[in-house]
Every structure is written in structure tokens, then in C-alpha cells.
Design a protein around this ligand. Structure first.
Ligand code: ATP
Length: 356
């Protein structure tokens, strides 16, 4: 179980990744279904297992999957399942019926396929920062392998058939997790999100549908894939991301120029609590790490953005429990979370910041 602590997190990339100060991560996913089966929610357990076993067979026989792992969800302990949700590799919906559900994932966590979630296959690519074109190519190669073995349900009028109508057509959804502390602290966020939200864009929490935005982190998602070609969607979402980055950066620079003490106070308080607290729950820790992330942008702390983003996952409940290889009650988790962050911050000092 312990090996799952650090596993599948290499996709978090490098500090220099495109605009990662604002766009924490980019996800593109494709929904595909099999011609000969009804959608997963209507499948018998035996049919779900038939699909899963066929993917397992392909995994074992296909050299292009030599750098992948294949996991049957029902064989995994609950703690590991929680950690996989925290790693963004499976969704909470996927856990609602783990019998005959699976995950195919490359060792870096970048490319993966959820099997028998809402659709038979959900193929996804994750990248840190704003990264669409290269990711799209990688995702297409993964889809190509699948199409060598499976026949997808396709209709001339509606495109790829999916269990939810919003995914008909190309079946592609693009989403960004963005970090917007300046818009949030300046009070501009409500109006900004109102303008952004439209019939084309959805705003969700970091963990997708039904999760709530926290600590200035939002998931910005394309709404429907019907009637739009993949390349057009990529271009549109790239523009949306650029607009968000521009707006957030303008306000960050304004705050640092005009209200520097206010910014320093936010970051220094977060640092003070994180480097002294003995108990921290996940929500409080994420809020404080969000403030540190804000400070890293202003060079007030010499912590790598990549390491900060990694920490935001490693301190979550599923991860802490995989690290220790056992279940822990919330109080114990809050204690080890505080210890982990306190020890980590011992190596870093806060300074006045400077060059943006
Ligand atoms: N940009 C992103 N970076 C990292 N993880 C992401 C990103 N966008 C979405 N996710 C993850 O993908 C999972 C699915 O998210 P979400 O429910 O929004 O997606 P979906 O594929 O559109 O599903 P549905 O069609 O059911 O709405 C979530 O667990 C979330 O953690």
C-alpha cells in the first residue's frame, strides 16, 4: 500500500511549465463507449467484468502498454482508492460501483483510462501548467491503441455516443485547475467568474462535478462537446485560459505594487501557522498552502511551485494513510499532516519578496 504514496505524480512536471503559477493543471479527456454493450450504469456485473478483462488482456499483450499499470478497483483497499481520487486518476463517481471497474495508468500518471465509470472508457491526459497541443497528441495515440482492439459506438449524426448527452459529438472535455488568489483576495472573483461562466464554460471544484471550489482554486471546464470539433475546442479553451491568466496576473501585480504589506501579511501568517501548528485539517492546510503558493509567485519563499503542488496532494487523507500503510482517525491525520508540513518548512525562510 505504501508504494501508492508517491506513485503516479510525475505528471506534476517542472517549475518552468507554461504559466503554472496560475494554471495548476490541464486535463483533456475523451469519452468512448463500446458498440456491443449498453452504457455501464445499465450493465450486468458479468458484462462489466467482460469489458474489464478484455482491457486486461490488451494490457498484457500490447507492448505499447509496457510502461502502464492495470488496476482492478475491487482488489484495492479503500485507502488506496481514496488516494487515486486525490491523484485525479479516478473520480468519486467511479467508486460508486467498483465491481468490474478499473484503471489503466502510465507510471507517470500522465495518461490514464477509467474503465466502466460513466462511460466504458474515459481516456485522460494530465499536465502541469497550460498544455493543450502536446497533450492532445499524446491522448490521441492512446485512443489509437484502444481503437485497434475495440469498436466504439458512433452515429453519423451525433458522433461518439456517450451516456450523458453533453458528451456526445467528439466526447472531449477540457478543464483547467486554476489558482486565483489575487482575484479572490481583491474581491473581484465573483464578477470575474460570472462573466466567464456561460453556456460553454462550467466552474467546478478541483475534484470535479459536485466538489466545491476552495482556497482560490477553481476547475474551469468546457461544457458540451456536441457540434464542436476537437481542434476548435482546444483553441477556444486556450483563449479562455489566457484570459484567466492575464486577469489574475494584472491583479497580482497591482496588489504587490499598491498593497504590498497586505500581501506580505497573508503569506507570512500562512507561513507562521504552517511552521508551528500541531494539528491541521485538510481544508485549513490547503487554504494555508494556497497562501504560500501566492507568496512563491512573489518570490517571498524559495520553494519550488512543483513541490508545493505535490505537497497539496501528499497531505490529503488518502495519501497520509497510504504513507503509514494503515487507516487513521481524523485527529491522528491532522497531527501527522501538521508534523509533515512543519518539518518541511524548517528548511525555508520567508523574505520580503521582489521581482515578479
Ligand atoms: N485540470 C485538472 N487537473 C487535474 N485534475 C482534473 C482537472 N480537471 C478535472 N480533473 C479531475 O478529473 C475528475 C473528473 O472531473 P469532472 O467530474 O469535472 O470530469 P468529467 O470527465 O467531465 O466528468 P463528467 O462528464 O461526469 O462531468 C475529477 O476527479 C477531477 O479531480
Amino acid at each position: 500500500m505504501r508504494e501508492f504514496y508517491y506513485k503516479y505524480l510525475k505528471w506534476l512536471g517542472e517549475d518552468k511549465d507554461n504559466n503554472r503559477e496560475v494554471v495548476v493543471s490541464t486535463r483533456i479527456r475523451i469519452a468512448r463507449n463500446l458498440e456491443d454493450f449498453v452504457f455501464p450504469s445499465q450493465l450486468l456485473e458479468s458484462q462489466r467484468k467482460r469489458i474489464l478483462n478484455k482491457v486486461e488482456w490488451v494490457y498484457k499483450n500490447e507492448t505499447r502498454f509496457s510502461e502502464y499499470d492495470f488496476l482492478k478497483l475491487e482488489k484495492l483497499p479503500n485507502i488506496v482508492l481514496d488516494a487515486l481520487v486525490e491523484k485525479h486518476l479516478i473520480s468519486s463517481d467511479h467508486l460508486e460501483n467498483i465491481r468490474g471497474a478499473g484503471l489503466l495508468v502510465d507510471k507517470s500518471g500522465k495518461l490514464s483510462v477509467m474503465i466502466n465509470e460513466e462511460d466504458h472508457f474515459r481516456l485522460q491526459v494530465l499536465s502541469s501548467g497550460l498544455e493543450l497541443k502536446e497533450s492532445w497528441k499524446k491522448l490521441l495515440s492512446l485512443e489509437e491503441i484502444f481503437s485497434d482492439y475495440f469498436k466504439f459506438a458512433f452515429d453519423d449524426k451525433f458522433g461518439y455516443l456517450t451516456s450523458c448527452i453533453t458528451n456526445l459529438g467528439c466526447g472531449v472535455r477540457i478543464s483547467f485547475v486554476v489558482h486565483l488568489p489575487a482575484l479572490t483576495y481583491s474581491g473581484k472573483i465573483k464578477d470575474f467568474l460570472k462573466k466567464l461562466r456561460s453556456n460553454k464554460i462550467l466552474i467546478r471544484g478541483i475534484y470535479g462535478e459536485r466538489s466545491k471550489p476552495i482556497a482560490g482554486f477553481y476547475q474551469i471546464t468546457s461544457r458540451s462537446s456536441l457540434g464542436i470539433a476537437e481542434e476548435e475546442l482546444i483553441e477556444k479553451m486556450e483563449k479562455v485560459a489566457r484570459k484567466i491568466i492575464d486577469e489574475e496576473v494584472i491583479v497580482r501585480e497591482f496588489l504587490f505594487r499598491e498593497k504590498r504589506r497586505y500581501v506580505e501579511d497573508i503569506v507570512a501568517r500562512a507561513y507562521g501557522i504552517l511552521s508551528n501548528a500541531r494539528y491541521l485539517n485538510s481544508l485549513e492546510a490547503i487554504n494555508l498552502l494556497s497562501d504560500l503558493r501566492f507568496g512563491i509567485y512573489f518570490k517571498m519563499l524559495d520553494i519550488s511551485m512543483k513541490v508545493l503542488d505535490l505537497l497539496m496532494i501528499l497531505i490529503l487523507p488518502g495519501h497520509l494513510q497510504t504513507k503509514y500503510g494503515r487507516g487513521m482517525d481524523p485527529e491522528e491525520r491532522d497531527g501527522v499532516r501538521a508534523d509533515l508540513l512543519r518539518v518541511f518548512l524548517k528548511n525555508y525562510k520567508i523574505n520580503q519578496g521582489g521581482v515578479i
